[in-house]
Design a protein around this ligand. Sequence first.
Ligand code: FEO
Length: 419
Amino acid sequence: MTGYVLYAGSAKTCLKKCEHMAKIELTSGVYWVGAIDWNLRDFHGYTTPRGATYNAYLIVDEKIALVDTVKHGFAGEMIKRIKEIIDPEKIDYVVSNHVEMDHSGSLADIMGIATKAEMICTEKGKEGLLRHFGRNWNFRTVKTGDELKLGKKTLFFITASMLHWPDNMFTYLKEDKILLSNDGFGQHLASSFRFDESLCSLVGYECDTVMDEAAKYYANILMPFGGIILKKIEEVQKMGIEIKMIAPSHGMIWTDPGKIIEAYLKWGKGETKQKILVIYDTMWNSTEIMANEILRGAADSGIEVALFHLRKNDWSEIVKEILESKAILIGTPTLNNGMFPTVGGFLTYLMGLRPKNKLWATFGSYGWAGGAVRAVNEKLKTGGYEPVESIEVIFRPDGQDLSRCYALGQKIASMVKAG
Ligand code: FEO
C-alpha cells in the first residue's frame, strides 16, 4: 500500500517517504491528484510567499469520482497523477465543489477525456459553470443531504453557500469520514508534503506554519462570512457527521480536524486577543511621529502592540494581524483634502472583509486644510464602525499633541484590557 493511511499508526518517517511517492492515498481508494504551484506569489492581490496547491481528489470504487480539479495550466499534472491510478476515461463523476477558476480551471480538460462523466454541482454551480465554459455537460445538481453511491463508498453533499461564493458545497465521504471542504479550512502553502503533521518535522517549518497560513487565508478570504461559518459548523454538528480528516482544496490536509474547527469557531465569533495595531501612512513624518507616540502609550500600558506602515508592509499580512487584534488605529496625512491614497485603498479592502468586534481610533496630520481623518471616519462608518477618538494635528505635532497621542494609546489600551 502506498501513501498515508490515517489511524493506521504509521510512523512519521514512513509519512515522509510515502508522501513523496507518486500515489498519495488519504485512505484506501481515496487519492490526492492535485497540483503544486510553487511559484505563485500573488493570488488576486493576496500575497502567497509560500506558493499554493490546488487539491483534487480521486475516489476509486465500483464507480470513480473526481472531486474538484486544478487551476488551468496545471491540468497536465493532475491528469498524469490520475493516470498513475486509473484510466481517466473511466471517471464516472466529476464533482465541482466550487466554480472559481483555481478549482474549475481544468474541468474542460478532464471532461474532454472522461466523456461519459456526469458533472455534479449545486444549482448555482451549474449556472456558473455554464457561464464560464458554455458547455452543456451532463449536469446533476445536488443539495444538502443528497447522496451518490459509488459502491462501498458514498458521497454526501452539503451546500456551503457563501463560503465563499453562492455555488460552494462540501463533499463528505460518508464511510471514510473525510470532508472535502474546498476553500473552507484551506491555506496557501506549497510543499511536497500533503498532511499537516508531516510539516512539523520539516527543516525551516514549524507546526504553527500551517495554522499561520490558515489564519491568513481565513482573514483575507473568509472573514466576511464568520456568521455563516458558525451556522454551517452547527448544522454539520446537528447532522451528527463525524469528521476524521478535512481535506481542503488548498494546502495541507488536516489529520487533526479539531484544531482547525476550533480556530474557525474562534475566528467566526470574532474572538480577539489583547493586541493593538497602529496602521498608517505618512508624507513628511508627522503622522508617523503620532503613530509612534500612540504606540508608545499603548505599549507602556503593558499591551501587545504592532506598527504597520502601509507602503512597507504586505496588506494581506496586516489583515491576518487584524483578525485576532482587538483595537485598530488608522493614521493618515491629508493629501488634496482627502486621505492618503494607500490608506483609502487599504480601507476599501478592509471594509469588504468586515472585521468583527474591534475598537477603532483615527489620527492624522495636515498642512493647511484638514479632511483626511474625517474621510477615514466616514469610510469606517460605511462599515458600521465608530472610532472611539480621533486626533488631527496641523503640520508637526508639538508637545501637547504628542501628549494627546500618548494618552490615546493609553486610553485604547485600558479599553482593550477592560474587554
Ligand atoms: Fe474560491 Fe480557491 O477558490
